[in-house]
Structures are given as C-alpha cells and as structure tokens.
Design a protein around this ligand. Structure first.
Ligand code: HEC
Ligand code: HEC
Length: 259
C-alpha cells in the first residue's frame, strides 16, 4: 500500500516534470485556425525555450511598423511574479502548471487596469500548442486563440539573430539609434501612457519621421535628460523614467497646486 502511494507520487512528479519541458521549440501560428483579438498579423512565429522553471518566449510577427519582436521571460512557480513589458506597458505575471496546462496570470499597468489569463495546452502528440488568452481592460473583455504548429528548429534562426536597430529601420532616429526596432516602438508606446497622450501629440499624422511638432523636439531633450540622470546618479540603471515625473500627465506638476 505505502509503496504504491510513493510510486504514484514519484510517477506524478516525473510526468509533471516531463510535461513542463515540452513547450520548448519553434512554433508557427496556423492563421486559419487562430482567432486574434486585433487585426491578424501577416506572420506569427514563437520561439519557446524552457530551462527548468525558466521560460523565455520570443514572438516574431509582422504588423503595422514592420517586423515586430517581443521577448518575455517567466519563472514558473516562482515566489515573486515575473516582470515584463507588454507593448511598452509594465506587466506582472504569475506562472504555474495547472494539470498539464500552463497558466499565465498577468496584470498590465494600463490606465483602467488590464488583466490577461493565458492558458498553454499541448496536443497529445506534442505537435500543436494552443494558447488561449482572456484579456480584460476595465469592463471590456476579449478572447484570443492562437493555434501553433511545431516547426523544425532551424525555422527559428531568424528570431535568434539580433534584430534590426531603430537607426536602420527608421528614417530620422537621432538618439535611440542602437535600440532594437521593436523595443523602440515599445518605447514610443510607453511615452503615450507615461504622459497620457496619443502618438499624434508628438507626431504629424502619417509622417512619423517629420520633426514639425515641438513636442517631439522636447521629447528628444527629455530622453537625453533622463539618460543623463540615470548615468550620473544611478550607475546607468534605468531608475528614472518618463513616468517618474510625468505620472500620466504631459505637464508634470513641479510645485504643489495651492487652491
Ligand atoms: C512624447 C513624444 C512622442 C510620442 C507620444 C510618440 N513619439 Fe514616436 N518619436 C518621438 C521622438 C522624440 C522620436 C525620435 C527619437 C530619436 O531621435 O531617437 C520618435 C520617432 C518615432 C518613429 C521613427 C520615425 C522615423 O522614420 O524616423 C516612429 C515610427 C514613431 N516615433 C512611432 C510612434 C508611435 C507609433 C507612437 C504612438 C504609439 C509614438 N511614436 C509616440 C516622440 C514621440
Ligand atoms: C525629472 C523629471 C522628468 C522626466 C524624467 C521626464 N520629464 Fe518630460 N517634463 C518634465 C517637466 C518638468 C516638463 C515641463 C512642464 C512644463 O513646461 O510645464 C516636461 C515636459 C515634457 C514635454 C512637453 C509637455 C507638453 O505637452 O507641453 C514632453 C513632450 C515631455 N516632457 C516628454 C518626456 C518624455 C518622453 C520623457 C521620458 C523620456 C520625459 N518627459 C521625462 C519633467 C520630466
């Protein structure tokens, strides 16, 4: 009796371990079977690398601003939530196995508080990975299902190479030239929520390269100022960000507002 219980526990532990290792690989979305929450991308490739409880997910897709890459790192069952950014917005995720499925429970720091519950499930033969995500933004909820087919490992090579820089991709980048292009677009998105504005506060509609708006010039000065503060005072660590002063407002308050 006792022996069989121990055997069952050991067997259970072994299968749980084996299951978690199976998400690794190169996965390509079957666009016909998938249902994206937004406009469907032209191409959607996911590279998953699992090392024990550490999971690195690299998503390559083609969208409005060319090839876009997003990298997320998670620790499954960790004591503290994993931290990433989602389209430039800070995100915190708790990751745990739920039976054979992996559950990623995320909070995103949007104005109205966003949440996302992702469920990763593998087909019995391990060749199809289905990722279902239930998003919620305030009262508004949407669901996305991405069905991914396993690809030969070499198909992931494009995502393993360093990405094009912002200086190479765009026409008029002067300060953040060496930043990977996707990270640059995410930084743009972070400007919008940090200052509570839209892209066109700094950009002429339809011409992102134009320098005609004063706020774009001001933003360049602010990028340099923020960089210098971090270099001179915080050993180059990004402690001060746009949000530190702006807190969702384009004109931060430097003095108390006496009524
Ligand atoms: C607070 C001002 C500000 C906001 C808001 C902003 N941008 Fe920018 N954007 C800039 C600045 C400054 C640059 C140039 C950066 C540099 O020189 O390194 C730039 C450059 C760009 C470029 C490169 C254009 C080129 O060809 O040179 C793109 C593309 C871009 N922004 C897209 C966006 C998008 C999309 C949004 C909204 C999600 C956005 N920006 C919001 C300030 C802003
Ligand atoms: C150390 C504090 C601080 C940081 C960090 C900071 N700003 Fe500012 N920002 C200010 C102050 C103060 C003003 C001036 C407000 C005024 O003129 O009333 C300002 C003004 C601006 C303006 C002009 C606002 C308008 O609409 O009139 C833009 C655009 C801007 N900042 C962008 C940024 C961006 C982008 C970042 C991050 C790269 C950033 N700021 C980081 C303090 C800061």
């Amino acid at each position: 009796m006792k022996k069989s219980v121990i055997a069952a526990v050991l067997l259970g532990a072994c299968t749980a371990w084996a299951q978690t290792a199976h998400f690794s690989g190169v996965w390509k979305a079957n666009l016909e079977k998938s249902k994206f929450a937004g406009p469907p991308p032209g191409n959607y490739l996911v590279l998953i690398d699992e090392q024990g409880p550490k999971i690195t997910e690299t998503i390559g897709s083609t969208g409005l601003h060319g090839d876009q890459r997003a990298i997320f790192t998670y620790t499954s069952g960790g004591a503290r939530p994993s931290r990433n950014t989602l389209m430039g917005m800070p995100m915190q995720t708790t990751v745990a196995m739920d039976g054979a499925a992996l559950k990623l429970d995320s909070k995103v720091a949007t104005e109205h508080g966003g949440t996302g519950m992702e469920t990763w499930t593998l087909s019995p033969d391990g060749n199809v990975l289905t990722i279902v995500t239930a998003f919620k933004m305030g009262e508004h909820g949407t669901e996305q299902t991405v069905v991914l087919d396993k690809q030969p490992d070499s198909d992931g090579d494009a995502l393993r190479k360093p990405e094009q820089t912002a200086g190479e991709r765009f026409k008029n980048v002067q300060i953040a030239k060496d930043m990977p292009a996707s990270q640059f677009i995410d930084m743009m998105r972070s400007f919008t929520w940090s200052l509570g504005i839209q892209c066109d506060h700094c950009h002429v509609q339809g011409n992102f390269a134009s320098d005609d708006k004063e706020d774009k010039a001001m933003a360049r000065k602010m990028m340099t100022m923020t960089h210098n503060i971090n270099e001179s005072t915080f050993d180059g660590h990004q402690e001060v960000r746009c949000y530190t002063c702006h807190r969702g407002q384009h004109e931060p308050q430097s003095r108390p507002a006496f009524q």
